[in-house]
Design a protein around this ligand. Structure first.
Ligand SMILES: Nc1nc2c(c(=O)[nH]1)N[C@H]1C(S)=C(S)[C@@H](COP(=O)(O)OP(=O)(O)OC[C@H]3O[C@@H](n4cnc5c(N)ncnc54)[C@H](O)[C@@H]3O)O[C@H]1N2
Ligand code: MOO
Ligand SMILES: [Mg+2]
Length: 424
């Protein structure tokens, strides 16, 4: 009788649409704790505070050339006279400030990046000048008119004082680091990486360093997931895989849920006799959010919550596990990092080949993106079964094939989700 009730619960699952499941998860992903780290360690991290400009940039009138700082009005006579001669009164290397203002008839030799002296309103590049010595006085000769402002970068040309330059949730990369450094932010306040526990379930699993044994396989999902966690901005914690034993898995899940920000498991969510994660989420130890999604692969992708923390119980099949992570776990991690774009980037592409599998559920097909003659094409992987591992590495997108009664023909426009932080 109990067996019948269990089987009934296992099989009669209510499929949720991907978007509905994502919405159900959204409230759990809130920007979390912050930490201060040195600027040089901040690449790839997510800013937790806004960065305002404490001063304009550049902060002083900057010479854009090696040459002479002059008054442009002194060159007005160029054209009527073959050469205008100005007395060179100073030399200004980068980093020095001249205390000799430029007045009519004078110039200062100046280097690229140096502060333009008072009185000067243009810099003429070295190549356009000649030099002479008259009675011990160095003079610079100019032949052409120079307009006001030439080769001088004005104060605040790039950034005005007080401007908001970076907002929380922004991922720090080379350009952001340059901004932070320019404004003296040597300790950066970033969101702490969410700590994600990962463990696989399955009595067939060997560790990667174990020799193969009959009927057994090496655990690849754990390492694949750890890599996905890192790419999404989280910190993975690899826990030992557990056998298909409900009470063992239960105690491991409980321990991990107390210690980490979220727990991701793989395997045991389908309807088999040893699919213990499916049983676990139906028990009253956790509150199940869903245990079926209207998608392929990963239709049995499951999630539950306990004390406000999420348990993502992904399918054991590597393809389904991979997709389940990208669609559900990645957005959670991204949300805790303050990202306002938690989902994979979506593009439209032309399907390159017929897609022949027919399905009642939306398919997320591994594929490659190719740009030909300015058109984006999506090429489905030759083998994309949920159980197939080896083509995950060759995919830079997931091709979204909506439920279809027949073939989806080549040439159809399809939605694609970019993988690998793709900036194709
Ligand atoms: N009667 C039915 N059987 C199955 C159904 C169904 O609807 N009715 N769905 C199939 C689909 S689709 C999928 S997907 C899988 C889901 O299985 P589970 O999530 O329960 O995963 P397992 O049974 O534990 O393992 C499936 C497969 O994946 C391999 N695996 C597991 N863990 C790992 C790991 N860490 N690294 C590498 N490979 C792993 C495992 O050995 C199995 O081969 O159920 C179908 N069955
Ligand atoms: O749930 Mo399975 O991954 O649909 O193919
Ligand atoms: Mg199973």
């Amino acid at each position: 009788m109990k067996q019948m009730k269990d089987d009934y619960d296992k099989f009669h699952r209510k499929p949720l649409q991907v978007r509905s499941a994502q919405e159900l998860l959204a409230p759990f992903g809130k920007p979390g704790l912050t930490e201060r780290i040195p600027l040089q360690d901040s690449h790839g991290r997510y800013l937790a505070v806004p960065v305002h400009a404490p001063h304009p940039f550049p902060r002083f009138r900057r010479s854009g050339m090696d040459g002479y700082a002059i008054r442009s009005s002194d060159t007005e006579a160029c054209g009527t006279e073959p050469v205008i001669w100005l007395n060179v009164i100073d030399e200004i290397p980068c980093g020095s400030v001249s205390d000799k203002p430029i007045s009519a008839g004078t110039a200062a030799r100046i280097m690229t990046g140096a502060q333009v002296p008072e009185g000067a309103d243009a810099v003429v590049m070295l190549e356009m000048t000649e030099l002479r010595e008259t009675d011990g006085q160095t003079q610079v000769g100019l032949k052409r008119r120079i307009e006001t402002g030439k080769n001088i970068t004005p104060i605040g040309f790039e950034v005005q004082e007080g401007e908001v330059l970076l907002r929380p949730g922004r991922q720090i990369q080379a350009g952001e680091i340059s901004v932070l450094a320019s404004f003296g932010v040597h300790q950066v306040t970033v969101y702490r990486k969410p700590r994600i526990a990962i463990f696989s379930t399955g009595s067939e699993l060997l560790t990667v360093d174990e020799p193969l044994q009959p009927g057994k396989i090496r655990n690849s999902n754990t390492y694949m997931l750890a890599s996905q966690v890192r790419a999404a901005g989280g910190e993975p914690f690899i826990l030992e895989a557990v056998m298909d034993d409900l009470s063992l898995a239960q105690s491991k899940v409980e321990e991990a849920m107390q210690e980490y920000d979220a727990v991701v498991t793989s395997g045991g969510v389908s309807v088999g006799d040893y699919d213990i994660m499916g049983d676990l989420v139906r028990s009253d130890h956790v509150d199940m959010l869903y245990n079926k999604i209207a998608m392929r692969p990963g239709s049995v992708t499951t999630a539950a919550v306990k004390d406000g923390k999420l348990l993502f119980a992904l399918s054991g099949n590597p393809g389904a596990c991979f997709v389940g992570f990208e669609l559900f776990v990645r957005p959670f991690i991204q949300r805790t990092l303050g990202s306002d774009k938690p989902y994979l980037t979506e593009w439209t592409a032309v399907l390159d080949q017929d897609y022949t599998k027919v399905n009642a559920f939306t398919r997320y097909v591994r594929g490659r993106v190719e740009v030909r003659d300015g058109m984006v094409y999506a090429i489905p992987a030759k083998v994309d079964e949920s159980s197939v591992m080896v083509t995950i590495k060759d995919s830079d997108c997931l091709i979204v094939i909506p439920p279809a009664k027949g073939v989806t023909p080549a040439g159809d426009k399809v939605k694609i989700l970019l993988l690998k932080g793709s900036t194709l």
